[in-house]
Design a protein around this ligand. Structure first.
Ligand code: IPE
Ligand code: IPE
Ligand code: MG
Length: 265
């Protein structure tokens, strides 16, 4: 007989393998966006400080970046800090910012080893000068990588981004560089911080909250939304595979009828 611990491990491995094997690699989402939520509750459930939860959330980030890169997902956007999160208690804000910037900086060798290019979207003017400089260095050090694009949404909110785009459009019209008649959806998109990215096809939110919290409001127009009760520090590759399998079982209709979609396929 196998020792109990070993058989649990073997079962767990075979569950993981079969989940991963159930993914249709021909129909992967090109772009996955994740609202990484629940770090505070995860820590508080354990009688720990909220920052302890953020620290463990970093482990999930590593695991999910690796999982997406292994599947050859082209774009992964992670919502790490919203503009509204600046209003949290000062010690949480400073601790979390430090953790995020340090982690990004320390992960650069791993990103380079795995050919992952880093992008950051958000209001960088809110960040301390030193953090902005460190992020800029990390962006430059990965800019030649041609594999997965990892987009960190840091000090980001969608309303901030849309307002910024509208202001820039108004300036370009005023200076004569843009004819208002020519403003189309693709042109508007060029003014967003996600101008280089395709729209996310799958949006995952952890921790049982059913809201968007100011994340990619324009870009998520036709994303499939996946909500799970799992708290972010517990979220691992198997949870990602479950979300992708769920996505692959959906019929994406884009306003058409089911019959029209069937005729197309
Ligand atoms: C997500 O976890 C991380 C950030 C929003 C920065 P939270 O810190 O929001 O955790 P909960 O939602 O309070 O549990
Ligand atoms: C959304 O989570 C922002 C991030 C995950 C970075 P929040 O925890 O800030 O969202 P709300 O306040 O519950 O909507
Ligand atoms: Mg939260």
């Amino acid at each position: 007989m196998q020792p109990l611990g070993r058989s649990i491990l073997t079962n767990q491995l075979s569950v993981n393998m079969s989940l991963k094997d159930s993914i249709n690699i021909e129909r992967l989402p090109r772009h996955i966006a994740i609202i990484m939520d629940g770090n505070g509750r995860w820590a508080q459930d354990k009688g720990e400080d909220r920052l302890f939860g953020h620290l463990h959330g970093v482990e999930s980030v590593r695991n999910i970046v690796e999982g997406c890169a292994e599947l050859k997902i082209e774009y992964l956007t992670l919502y790490a800090f919203s503009t509204e999160n600046w209003d949290r208690p000062a010690d949480e804000v400073s601790g979390l910012m430090e953790l995020l910037v340090d982690t990004i900086r320390n992960e650069v060798p791993t990103l380079n080893k795995n050919n992952i290019r880093l992008h950051v979207i958000g209001d960088m003017s809110m960040l301390p000068d030193s953090a902005r400089k460190e992020l800029q260095e990390a962006l430059e050090e990965t800019q030649l990588n041609t594999g997965m694009n990892l987009v960190m949404a840091l000090s980001y909110s969608s309303r901030w981004e849309i307002l910024k785009a509208v202001k820039q459009i108004a300036l370009d019209v005023k200076s004569g560089h843009l004819d208002p008649e020519t403003i189309s959806q693709p042109i508007f998109q060029q003014y967003l911080s996600t101008c280089e990215l395709p729209d996310p096809e799958l949006m995952i939110r952890t921790s049982g909250e059913y809201r968007i919290s100011n994340f990619l409001l324009f870009q998520l127009a036709y994303a499939e939304l996946y909500f799970t009760n799992t708290l972010w520090p517990d979220f691992r590759k198997e949870n990602l595979y479950e979300a992708i399998i769920d996505f692959q079982n959906r019929e994406r209709r884009f306003g058409k009828t089911a019959a029209q979609i069937e005729n197309l396929s």
